[in-house]
Design a protein around this ligand. Sequence first.
Ligand SMILES: *Cc1c(COP(=O)(O)O)cnc(C)c1O
Length: 448
Amino acid sequence: MDKAELLRLDREHVWHPCTQQKDHELLPPIPIVRGAGVYLEDIDGNRYIDGVSSWWVNLFGHNHPRLNRALTDQAGRIAHHIFAGFTHPPAVELASRLSRLAPGELPRVFFADNGSAAVEVALKMSFQYWQQTGHPGKTKFVSLSEAYHGETLGALSVGGCELYRQVYRPILLDGFQVAGPDCFRCPYGQSRQSCAAECFGAMEQLVTERHQEIAAVIVEPLIQGAAGMRIYPPRYLQKLRQLCTTFSVHYIADEIAVGFGRTGRMFANEHAGVAPDLLCLSKGITGGYLPLAVTLTTETIYQAFYDDYSTGKAFLHSHSYTGNPLACAVAVEVLNIFEEEAVLAALGPKMRLLESQAERFEALPHVGEFRRCGMVAAVELVQDKNGKIPFPWQERRGLQVYRQALRRGALLRPLGNVIYFMPPLSISEEELQTLLDIAFEAIAAATA
Ligand SMILES: *Cc1c(COP(=O)(O)O)cnc(C)c1O
């Protein structure tokens, strides 16, 4: 199929995610035919550095020999089978190894096939736990403004990005939302270094007053991703853990985006030295190869479901592709790579390179802040630096940066006025420097 035919059929039949399809009149989708390392290659032979890890999933680059082999080896045995009443070696190995790696004691692992589903599982487990342990009034969830936990209705109910949520409001669950940390425009006049998470006050007050109605608090630890890579200090998580323990409320950590090394540690909760009651993982779990997700939980929660069948206490949630063997086999190989290739230990120079860019980017007239956490960095564009006044969203400055960067050979897919870097962990220092240089030129051009 040639390019013209491909794009014609795409236009006629394919409805793309998170897209106003009419935008394709101006900017048709780019057909990708292969990948190699951090590069994507299109049908015309153009190459793009995958600066966003293909929506935050890729860890070790595209077309990775070890992951390819793990996938084809498993395909040569069996691709998929029912996971109720049956089990298989990759799922068992993955569950036991994730339990050992996870913060705290989370020995029980429930499988699903995407991040939103892992969040639904966590919410339902928490709710059902309280129903079955004599607290039927604990039915609500607390989440942060600007939070992102996925697009299905339950996950959207605990989301705070109005862009994705507003139209569905009438059909979402009723819950509590608390103002999340906003360190760039901190209302307390603090900096990330000096703060004591003063903004936690709102959460403290709500949970103290309403804990009898609250099943769980869900947050994205350290980085509110879709909000524009809003980075906040570990102190907030320490206070949250303490508060949840005091008032018997579950702490659900959504590490779907930040897990698997993105923050420089395996899991973001490690920076705070705390452990959640439920931990949601997906995205990087298969290195960006296949859809897979897990929800890990404690023995205490598990035991509230463990009883004779007739008690009706089982967790009856399921998905057709639960525990898919191909995905699990690749995920096991991802853990092998982390271990055998000392991936986390090799991140130091790359994190320092990112950090060293702050001054350079912040010297640009329309950059309000350059912030970083681990291997994630973000540039916040502003119309006016002193007042931290954002560009009007209608101007779509981010989209202009996107187009400028594509022309120069990098895929950067901004979140509104925030340009961010979340490259595969395997990116070389040289490739990272190229990505940063392209972004710098693209931002300068798009805000001139
Ligand atoms: C991407 C994401 C999700 C949803 O995962 P999907 O696989 O896209 O459904 C949930 N939470 C966070 C923090 C995410 O970044």
